[in-house]
Ligand binder design. Structure first.
Ligand code: M6R
Length: 588
């Protein structure tokens, strides 16, 4: 869950390019950072604890260099200190590495290296890699790098440089790594936004592959040593899409982008949608898998398939899916839903599904991501770069695609498209400054509370769970979502005078029941915030949403996203980088 980035080319401000690029990857990890660059004196390393986004370039000396690499860390092994921040050197500081992932057998390797006389400066698993390369140096840097990789267990993305070699080495197994091609210059990064300013031409490094970057990159299979030819792919994102622009945070920028992203998401090739719909119709069983917010989207979609397509699909949390492997067989269909396409738990689920002979389709935002490439077929949700840790525009784009698929399963694609286009236009009307102010007033009332609850039914039960995630991750207020009907089975004991409770009320067959549940809460003293197309007497505060029929989860989650954002800002939390969380969870 770290960001790594390197530059090699003709420009002389390599370290500055790397620092600026790392700022775009900060969402992947932000407890400390570091860079290494080549200078006449050897390799120079600069490390700091804290966010790289807060670095003022005037406070750091960066001599000219045309090769540099860097890392934005999210601690796994070793506490947050400068010593543990990457890059890490070997003994004589001739080799330096940065690493994303976990070296599962690091203790075993470390013990062996200590016996060989190596001494370590950090508590990290990464430092082992630099020492291991050093141990093989008699076969030359490139071969030593290859040898070291063979000994590492676990998922990784690694970059390495040697003081006396004009080469950058990179390798991947399970953690993303992409090469960007500029004019006589190359970039290697965990994610595309790091180099979007310079290049939109990319080469994807696949699992068990390494790159030797000299003047041009040479790709090899780590296991066999076989040379690999890579295709250059032009990507559809541009630098502006990955910038905050006039907005104070990415989260609010991305919430507002939902004016456009829903329409963009459903603007898919009809043949692709029908292909997936046919797969669902013909599958022995369909599983929708995702983690966190994507998992809640899968749950919402299972209700949509029931309601619209009269079809049973099984929503399963990514990390739990391997326990269902006993049911999976040839003919089963797994649809993986993910913004990043790199979530380790979902990737593992895909691996299990494939081993059992199931077909895998992914619904992802990041083109060329591991999930995209590991699947038999994939649909891109076209939300553009989502950089705030809290997922917003990707969530509603995923909901839109899955709703469309439910309609497509019963030959009602046109009707589904019409519904979603109308919903997109209603969202456009809803997202205005007055609406935001109205939610801000509510945030003022709620900011001092320690707990709040969200209830919903059917598709909006899933959105109640998603609402809780949004509120938890950025406002740090304890929030829980419940199925309205479950209250009386326990949770209602939590309600006392003034306890805020958000009721997601859709204009469908669940309306009367969820209103009754809200009444039960109110009669115990709860403060009811109604998210609904109509105002009801029971509401203490009304957040109006358009009536969107089967697309109600899409419109209902948006005011909660704004509320979570406003609470975060009021509480002086950074909504883009909430504590203890990273955007891509690439570890199990
Ligand atoms: O990239 P993914 O969609 O696979 O990520 C899955 C979850 O980690 C993600 O949705 C997470 O729950 C978000 N921070 C929620 O806002």
């Amino acid at each position: 869950m770290c960001g790594i980035f390197a530059y090699k080319g003709k420009r002389e401000n390599a370290s500055e390019i790397v620092i600026e690029g790392l700022k775009h990857l900060e969402y992947r990890g932000y407890d400390s950072w570091g860079i290494a660059y080549k200078s006449k004196a050897g390799i120079v390393v600069e490390k700091r604890v804290g966010k790289i986004g807060e670095l003022d370039l005037n406070t750091i000396q960066l001599p000219t260099s045309n090769t540099a690499m860097g890392h934005s860390r999210w601690a796994t092994h070793g506490t947050v200190t400068e010593e543990n921040a990457h890059p890490h050197f070997n003994e004589d500081q001739s080799i330096v590495v940065v690493h994303n992932g976990i070296v599962e057998n690091f203790q075993e390797l470390k013990n062996k290296l200590i016996k060989n006389g190596h001494t370590f400066k950090s508590e990290t698993d990464t430092e082992v890699i630099a020492h291991l390369i050093e141990d093989y140096m008699e076969v030359g840097f490139e071969n030593a790098f290859k040898q070291a990789l063979k000994e590492l267990k676990g998922r990784f993305a690694i970059l390495a440089m040697h003081r006396d070699e004009d080469k950058l080495m990179a390798a991947r197994r399970g953690s993303p790594l992409i090469v960007g091609k500029g004019k006589s210059e190359y970039f290697i990064a965990s994610d595309i936004p790091a180099f979007l300013e310079y290049s939109r031409e990319v080469m994807y490094i696949d699992d068990n592959q390494m790159v030797v970057l000299n003047d041009t990159p040479k790709f090899y299979n780590i296991e066999t040593g076989e040379k690999i030819t890579k295709r250059i792919v032009e990507i559809g994102w541009n630098a502006e899409m990955a910038e905050k622009g006039e907005h104070p945070h990415f989260m609010i920028k991305e919430i507002k982008e939902q004016k456009d992203t829903i329409a963009r998401a459903i603007n898919q090739n009809e043949k692709d949608i029908m292909k997936v719909a046919n797969e669902i119709n013909n599958a022995f069983g369909t599983y929708l898998i995702g983690c966190g917010t994507a998992g809640k989207v899968c749950l919402a979609a299972s209700y949509a398939f029931s309601e619209i397509a009269k079809k049973h699909v099984n929503p399963v949390v990514g990390s739990e899916f391997p326990s269902y492997k006993h049911f999976i067989k040839k003919g089963s269909l797994v649809i993986a839903v993910s913004q990043s396409g790199e979530t380790a738990d979902t990737l593992e689920a895909i691996e299990v599904a494939k081993q059992k002979g199931a077909k895998v389709i992914s619904i992802v935002n990041v083109e060329g991501s591991t999930m995209d490439r590991e699947s038999d077929f994939s649909i891109n949700i076209k939300a553009g770069p989502e950089k705030a840790v809290a997922s917003t525009k990707a969530t509603t784009a995923q909901l839109a695609i899955l709703t469309l698929l439910a309609y497509a399963c019963v030959d009602r694609l046109k009707e589904g498209r019409k519904l979603l286009i109308e919903t997109a236009s209603k969202i456009n009307d809803m997202l205005n400054p007055r609406y935001e102010q109205h939610i801000e007033k509510l945030a003022e009332k709620l900011r001092g509370h320690e707990s709040m609850y969200v209830i919903g039914r059917a598709m909006n039960y899933a959105m109640a769970l998603e609402s809780a995630i949004k509120l938890q991750e950025v406002s740090y207020i304890h929030a829980e979502g419940f199925a309205g009907g479950e209250l009386k089975h326990g949770p209602i004991a939590l309600i006392s005078k003034g306890t805020p409770c958000i009721a997601l009320v859709a204009n469908d067959e669940t309306k009367q029941d969820i209103l009754s549940n809200a009444i039960e809460i109110k009669s115990r003293g709860g403060y009811i915030i109604g998210v609904s197309p109509e105002n009801h007497e029971i509401f203490d505060y009304w957040l109006r949403v358009p009536d969107a029929g089967n697309a109600s989860p899409i419109v209902n989650i948006i005011p909660v996203q704004i509320l979570a954002y406003k609470l975060a800002v009021m509480k002086q939390n950074n909504p883009d980088m909430p504590r203890n969380l990273a955007k891509s969870v690439t570890v199990k």
